[in-house]
Design a protein around this ligand. Structure first.
Ligand SMILES: Nc1nc2c(ncn2[C@@H]2O[C@H](COP(=O)(O)OP(=O)(O)OP(=O)(O)O)[C@@H](O)[C@H]2O)c(=O)[nH]1
Length: 405
């Protein structure tokens, strides 16, 4: 039993629709080993645990089941309202050694993680001290892996509110990029060589995650409970594209032999807005992820951002060039990160392009050449950039490409 002053390790399980979250939870709930885990689910009806594992089924009326006790010590409870209040109540009422939360339907993994890691100001219950976020797990469906990056639901301009609605690819990317353990599930349905390739892509997207292949969610509970793998800052910085930007080079990995590519394109000169918009809308299908900043000629006031997750491509104003800040503020950035000053251009400051591309089976050289062609030529550097038609939105990142059905 957890003593009152040892925080209970929390595992957050996320994954896209039908990936196998419930199957995985059921597996943990009915594992042979004695396990004092509390499993918090959104929909009790989904957890079709076999009667033989349910200890006190008779005490539960069908309509009012809130907590089911399993014969191996696990309890399964339904999330009724606010997650924090619920886990607070649970900790008051029960003794358990691990908490496993299915995050679907509650919120996306990052806000859930934030809630556990840092508490929530307005909530009655403060989880810090009682709970400790321990492991972020994402269940990925191997069978529909590639479709996962191609929902065909990229948004049209008209659909976009400021900040935009998120498309499934973006949610999937969050789950992959912000996790400690990736369960590549439904491995029974996919040949090994293909699994190797998926693993290589996952590793490129999230180099820090431990990847496990599972069939019907059959994971050893010790791989996802009390692993000690979570670290908020590391998790926030560990996405493949962030690492690539920070370190600017390849990490030793199995990526290459499976046709997985990850590279940075950088340029000191701006892109021609129309040419680069056209290219962004027509990136090779194999590019699973692209992200970073770029300089679009005529938009010297703002750093443009590119964010491609699967078929969804957003581009537009995103950040601030240091060059547009008052000098005193610039100095503070220079002091914090001396590297900035080294790359400073006398005329243009930090304006420039740094984009990461991650994917498989696309030709890096061809893409690099195409990107180079979008950069202003020597002659164009002297033109009036404000005269160029600008296809990007004036004030936010917009969807650029639609999946061609
Ligand atoms: N062949 C195969 N089927 C699986 C596997 N894991 C889960 N399934 C099936 O896939 C379907 C979806 O599984 P769930 O566990 O309900 O998936 P989920 O992620 O909880 O789904 P939602 O809650 O709807 O998002 C079910 O019919 C499972 O039986 C697996 O490893 N192999």
């Amino acid at each position: 039993m957890a003593s009152s002053n040892t925080p209970i390790p929390v595992t957050i399980l996320s994954g896209s629709l039908g990936a196998g979250k419930t199957t995985t939870l059921n597996h943990v709930l009915t594992t042979e080993q004695e396990l004092n885990a509390a499993v918090l689910v959104n929909d009790m009806g989904e957890v079709n645990v076999d009667a033989e594992f349910v200890e006190r089924e008779s005490e539960l009326s069908q309509s009012d089941e809130e907590i089911i006790e399993m014969s191996n010590g696990c309890i399964c409870c339904r999330l009724r309202g606010d997650m924090l209040d619920e886990v607070g109540r649970l900790a008051d009422q029960r003794d358990f050694d691990y908490l496993l939360v299915e995050s679907s339907g509650i919120s996306e993994p990052i806000p859930v993680a934030q809630t556990f890691a840092r508490g929530f100001e307005d909530a009655e219950f403060d989880p810090t001290g009682v709970y400790e976020l321990d492991t972020m797990v994402s269940v990925v469906d191997a069978h529909s892996f590639w479709q996962g990056f191609d929902s065909g639901q990229a948004l049209t301009d008209d659909d976009i509110e400021p900040q935009g609605n998120r498309v499934p690819e973006e949610a999937l990317m969050d789950q992959i990029e912000f996790c400690d353990v990736l369960l590549l599930n439904k491995c029974d349905l996919v040949p090994d060589e293909e699994l190797d390739e998926m693993e290589a892509v996952l590793q490129a997207l999230q180099p820090r995650a431990k990847i496990l292949r599972t069939k019907h969610g059959a994971v050893d509970p010790t791989e996802i409970l009390a692993t000690g793998r979570f670290d908020f800052d590391e998790a926030s910085q560990s996405a493949g594209w962030k690492r690539e930007l920070q370190h600017g080079h390849h990490h030793e990995s199995a990526a290459d032999e499976h046709g997985v590519t990850s590279f940075i394109f950088d340029a000191d000169r701006p892109f021609h807005p129309e040419r680069i918009a056209r290219l962004f809308a027509d990136l090779p299908d194999g590019v699973v992820r692209a992200k970073g900043f770029f300089w679009s000629a005529g938009r010297e006031d703002v750093a443009m951002g590119l964010d491609k997750a699967g078929q969804s491509v957003r581009a537009g104003p995103k950040g601030t060039w240091l060059a547009t800040l008052p000098e005193a503020e610039q100095e503070r950035y220079f002091a914090a990160r001396p590297g900035i000053k080294e790359d400073w251009d006398d005329q243009w400051g930090d304006r420039g392009t740094e984009l990461v591309f991650i994917g498989r089976e696309f030709d890096q050289e061809t893409l690099t050449d195409r990107l180079d062609d979008c950069v202003l030529s020597e002659a164009e550097m002297d033109e009036d950039w404000d005269a160029y038609p600008d296809p990007f939105s004036p004030d936010d990142q917009r969807e650029l490409a639609l999946a061609d059905d």
